[in-house]
Ligand binder design. Structure first.
Ligand code: CA
Length: 374
């Protein structure tokens, strides 16, 4: 298993940090770093691109898929597109990937669209919405429900084209040292819970604390925070949270299937011949399948380790707790999208799709899981 380290203050879904960091400007890119030109007179021209990610180098699953995407694009294009992947901070700071690709400093990027909510609030709906769709439902909205078209329109003003980059599946609700029996138990709780989830926590009387990934363990150990969420058993085990927290709560209502992305400079993309555009899309579909498959595989293995080897107690949030958080979520989203008509349009499409598909999932999948002994 590859080791990974945090080379920067990367915080998964840190809305506030994104807003903070995105105000910094990259300035004029040096000519040597401009995107590779396409020469239409050379149909078999080899294109050498860079991809910058928002993850530390070799980050399990979500960093690995960037390398795999590069490999698949190479194979599918018969070597015509060669992508070299860089971890966050190696070329540009992680949260400047959007600007770097938009401006043509770098050809491609890999991340999660909620990082760019400071650019356009609508971006978050293509990543993770508390009490939102799961990976299966979200893929349906994106693939055949009009979601992807809305995503492309959201990124077009920034000179970017998005591609699906995988999905984490439902995440875990987080690590706590006290029981959460009702929404009242969030009062006064200092928790590392970024994004919209953090705003929901604050509505419930808690404090959402911004903590860099590399500092979560120490902050929890020293009581700077009382609780934290991260991803799921695989990544959480590696962080060692089970050594310093009593209860592992489910489900991750705040990230019900976080969608990853690749994005490419639109000027560059528009100049590509159709077969190479198709290659980029085909590889992204493969990434969408691989990431969820790998998450499910690894989380199954590491959940077993946590429960059977580390004696971690898995707890479930009560229905009353979830109902209360859901009300706060709707309030938080309405505040975040404010008067932005485009965000409202995207959210409306998302909510309508979720309302319909959730009924179908309830009749089939929920009924199935409710009636079988696992
Ligand atoms: Ca998370």
């Amino acid at each position: 298993m590859k080791k990974y380290t945090f080379r920067s203050n990367l915080v998964i879904s840190s809305y506030a940090l994104v807003a903070l960091l995105l105000v910094s400007c990259l300035g004029e890119p040096p000519a040597s770093m401009q995107v590779s030109p396409i020469d239409a007179t050379k149909p078999n021209q080899v294109l050498r691109w860079k991809m910058t990610t928002t993850w530390p180098p070799n980050f399990p699953v979500i960093g690995e898929v960037a390398e795999k995407y590069a490999e698949w694009v190479g194979e599918l294009s018969n070597g015509q597109i060669q992508i070299k992947v860089y971890g966050g901070g190696e070329l540009v700071p992680p949260l400047e990937a959007f600007d770097a690709v938009s401006q043509g400093v770098i050809e491609m990027g890999c991340g999660v669209s909620y990082y760019w909510a400071g650019k356009t609030p609508a971006a978050q709906f293509f990543a993770a919405v508390p009490f939102g769709m799961n990976s299966q439902q979200l893929t349906s909205w994106l693939e055949v429900g009009g979601g992807y078209e809305l995503w492309k329109k959201t990124y077009a003003p920034f000179n970017l084209v998005p591609f699906l980059g995988g999905n984490t599946g439902v995440q875990m609700g987080g690590w706590f040292n006290k029981e959460i029996n009702s929404v009242e138990d969030f009062k006064g709780l200092k928790m590392r819970l970024p994004g919209i989830g953090g705003k929901v926590l604050e509505k419930a009387g808690g404090a959402a604390v911004l903590v860099a990934g590399s500092e979560i363990y120490t902050s929890l150990e020293r009581g700077v925070i009382d609780a934290t969420e991260w991803i799921g058993p695989y990544h959480d085990y590696k962080m060692g949270f089970h050594k310093i927290a009593k209860y592992y709560y489910t489900p991750g209502w705040h990230e019900t299937g976080s969608q990853l992305e690749f994005f490419i400079n639109k000027t560059l993309y528009d100049r590509l011949p159709p077969h190479l555009q198709a290659v980029l899309e085909a590889a992204s579909k493969r990434a969408q399948v691989w990431v969820l498959a790998e998450f499910d595989k690894q989380n199954g293995i590491f959940l077993d380790k946590l429960v059977n080897e580390e004696q971690v107690e898995i707890r479930q949030f009560s229905k009353e707790t979830m109902d209360a958080l859901r009300v706060y979520t709707e309030e938080a989203i309405q505040e975040m999208i404010g008067d932005d008509p485009w965000s409202k349009k995207v959210y409306e499409s998302y909510k309508q799709y979720q309302a319909r598909i959730a009924k179908w999932s309830t009749v089939t999948e929920k009924a199935y899981y409710n009636t079988i002994q696992q």
